[in-house]
Design a protein around this ligand. Structure first.
Ligand code: MOS
Length: 737
């Protein structure tokens, strides 16, 4: 039985529970000093003066770096054709401009963290205020929205069919505005960087989803050859998108380490993570659905405005799911930006789909209500047999099965459609559902594999462990491809000195790195078998290649499995490890197929009719993700996505003081995410599947799809329970009273 698909325990589990897994901030280098950032307290203006004298004279202080003494950085070269898209513009103390509140204005470096924190508080900063002129009103900025910079392959506007005709022909219309708030990523592990220079070579220990991207950004920022930068990150305590790019603090750590002449550690405080390292932007989405009396969609229009920063464009692609989800006669989507004096937003789990699905799947529910149709029946009525946007067949789409099995597991047939018609005791009960999808993407990745003298294997790729199970699944893939036992394979990641892997974002790690690991493992297995055939001392000597195999660490003949020896014996005679490299890349399959994961999510809410409090006793999610590599870690990922979706639905919102653009709930006591006490039963099922087109593994990746649709399913359940339609997240009790 294949190791792939089984619920294997995490290979790094013991290291994590015993504290032996070393996270970025825990690395200790000789002579290491500690850096603290000093942030702006106004949203817009100029620094008139910074008095650093008192801080610089304090005990233990090694450096106070401001825009007045920071090294001048070269103007970065634009990225080459096959380089990653540029990172957001960073705040690197190159001038006196303030463009958002909590922008870095100084770095204080001292021998201890306490000395650095103490000195950081003694900086006196005077501003030339422009606070009145700061744009911090989303509604106002949204009245004069900007078109985002066009990105190749990601148009901001799309249309197909005759929208006006479709609307005119329709019997029923839903045309509503939906909103999602500013949200911040809150991984347990804060962002952290340790920077160390050795002559002109830079080593960065960094909490990142992209070691090679951090290397590229550092090299570009400092005008260095990428080979002179090494980035190390064996463990990440959660990323979710905020650790996808190298933000200002990474470069500021490197700049201050060079200036201070010693290694520098810089760890962001929780409150700093609400301004400096991205956010899920505010969205306002106008969604129009127009259908025949039987529920056939004649027209869909989805217009999104999302917030961005004066530093850079970031557009939340809310229309992405609407464009591909349902078959309709006509469609029009647009993306616009409202520019504010805030830090740059960024990708946050299921960027586009998480926010966009709230509007689309709420509107589908409203349409079902208007048509007196079951919400699943409406979705089946408009089921897209091929991708309606790309006009391509799906690589594999088992969404019908997701609806059917999800409904069955949840007991959907017992739902009575009228709002307020189901009760348990004095509580109003509501059942809602929604569709989930996320595109399957893949990027080139490299790996190396070696079988060592003791018969064990060492497999490497410069990928990332975000807590999601990369160590474990890559060990499974390598052991399976090599014919070794799981315990004979060691997988290493998180270092630019290893073969290059892409960003661990966009649900791409398994789909991209998995095939590279599989190919390297197969190549090394084939080399070992060829050596055995050539080796007069081997029991496989002279055998036909097709008759040889490596099974559980034994080299043996298929026709006579008792003629065998441990692979270690062969490697020992060979006198050196046997090694192979691979590079795996997508081909032209995306030109021939549209690749998406799918799911159906069902939610029960119980609402207190007097207090408006909402509890979620149970959720069922059924997913089509191609092949699942590890039942246990995969299940955990999807549960995590659903839990986050419940947070998005009911709790999460960065509360800004809109007078000055600073988060007032920038801590984990006031910024609410679900905890165990908030959760009921979360039932996740993954269909047995194999996507024949994404890669040889058949695996699409599962990082994002779990959150998609959850907020809409909750909103739909709340409507069913109460008769109140909430179109603005989060659904707090005040909106129900
Ligand atoms: Mo993710 S938002 O692609 O890290």
């Amino acid at each position: 039985m294949s190791i792939i698909g089984q619920g294997i325990d995490r290979t790094d589990g013991r290291l994590k529970v015993t504290g032996a897994a070393i996270f970025t901030a825990e690395h200790a280098l000789p002579r290491m000093a500690h850096a603290v950032l000093v942030l702006s307290t106004v949203p817009k203006g100029r620094v008139a003066a910074i008095d650093t004298a008192q801080a610089a004279a304090m005990r233990g202080v090694l450096l106070v770096m401001t825009h007045l003494n920071a090294p001048r950085l070269p103007t970065p070269k634009p990225p080459g054709p096959d380089e990653q898209p540029p990172n957001p513009k960073l705040s690197l103390l190159q001038d006196d401009a303030v463009l958002y509140n909590a922008q870095p204005l100084a770095v204080v470096v001292a021998d201890t963290l306490e000395h650095a924190q103490d000195a950081a508080r003694r900086l006196r900063i005077r501003y030339v205020h422009a606070a009145g002129a700061a744009e911090l009103d989303f509604e106002r900025a949204g009245k004069a929205p900007r078109k985002p910079k066009e990105q190749p392959g990601r148009p901001s506007d799309t249309s197909r069919g005759n929208l006006a005709g479709g609307i005119a022909r329709a019997a029923v219309k839903v045309d509503q505005r939906y909103g999602t708030p500013l949200e911040n990523h809150n991984p347990l592990e804060p962002h952290a960087t340790i920077a160390s220079w050795d002559g002109d070579e830079l080593t960065l220990y960094d909490a990142t989803q992209n070691v090679s991207g951090v290397r590229t950004t550092a090299a570009r920022t400092f005008g260095m050859a990428p080979e002179k930068v090494r980035v190390i990150c064996p463990y990440v305590g959660g990323g979710f998108g905020c650790k996808g790019a190298a933000w200002s603090h990474v470069m500021l750590a490197a700049m201050s380490a060079r200036q201070a002449g010693c290694p520098v550690k810089l760890v962001l405080e929780r409150s700093q993570m609400f301004a400096l390292v991205g956010a899920r932007p505010i969205t306002r989405q106008q969604m129009l659905l127009a259908a025949s009396a039987a529920g056939k969609l004649h027209a869909q229009r989805h217009d999104t405005i999302s917030s961005t920063s004066f530093l850079d464009d970031f557009s939340e692609p809310c229309g992405a799911m609407t464009r591909m989800m349902y078959s309709s006669d006509s469609l029009q989507t647009s993306q616009r930006l409202a520019t504010l004096n805030l830090g740059v937003p960024t990708y946050m789990r299921a960027p586009g789909e998480a926010s966009g699905s709230f509007a689309l799947e709420s509107a589908m529910d409203e349409l079902a209500v208007a048509l007196k149709l079951d919400p699943i029946a409406l979705r089946l009525q408009n089921y897209a047999e091929q991708d309606p946007e790309k006009q391509l067949p799906w690589s594999l789409k088992s969404l019908r099965e997701c609806y059917r099995l999800g409904a069955e597991r949840f007991g959907w047939s017992r739902r009575t459609p009228a709002p307020r018609s189901m009760r348990q005791g004095r509580m109003l009960v509501g059942w809602g559902m929604a569709t989930a999808t996320y595109p399957a993407n893949r990027m080139p990745a490299m790996a190396s594999a070696a079988i060592l003298a003791d018969g064990s294997a060492l497999v490497r790729s410069g990928s990332h462990e975000l807590g999601t199970g990369t160590y474990t699944v890559m060990t499974q893939i390598a052991a399976d491809a090599m014919g070794l036992q799981l315990g004979q394979v060691r997988f290493e990641l998180g270092d630019t000195a290893m073969p290059r892997a892409p960003v661990s974002g966009g649900s791409m790690t398994v789909a991209s790195v998995g095939p590279a690991v599989q190919e390297a493992a197969r190549a090394v297995r084939d080399k070992v078998l060829a050596l055995a055939i050539d080796d007069p001392a081997s029991p496989l000597h002279g055998a036909a290649p097709a008759d040889t195999e490596l099974v559980q660490g034994w080299l043996q003949l298929r026709s006579a499995p008792t003629r065998r020896e441990p692979v270690a014996a062969l490697v020992a005679r060979h006198g050196a490890p046997i090694q192979a490299d691979s590079r795996a890349a997508p081909g032209d399959e995306k030109k021939r197929f549209s690749m998406h994961s799918f799911g159906a999510v069902f939610v029960e809410v119980q609402v207190d009719p007097e207090l408006g409090t909402i509890r979620v006793p149970r959720v069922t999610g059924v997913y089509d993700v191609g092949r699942l590599i590890n039942r246990k870690t995969g299940h955990s990922q999807l549960v995590g996505g659903i839990v986050w979706g419940l947070g998005m639905a009911l709790l999460e919102k960065t509360e800004m003081d809109w007078r000055d653009g600073r988060a007032v709930n920038g801590n984990l006591a006031d910024y609410h995410v679900p905890v165990n006490a908030d959760l009921g039963a979360v039932d996740v099922m993954v269909l047995d599947g194999h996507d024949p087109h994404i890669n040889a593994l058949g695996a699409r990746g599962i990082g994002e799809v779990g959150i998609v649709g959850v907020a809409a399913a909750v909103a739909n359940a709340v409507y069913h329970a109460t008769g109140k339609r909430v179109r603005e997240l989060p659904i707090t009790l005040d909106k129900l009273l």
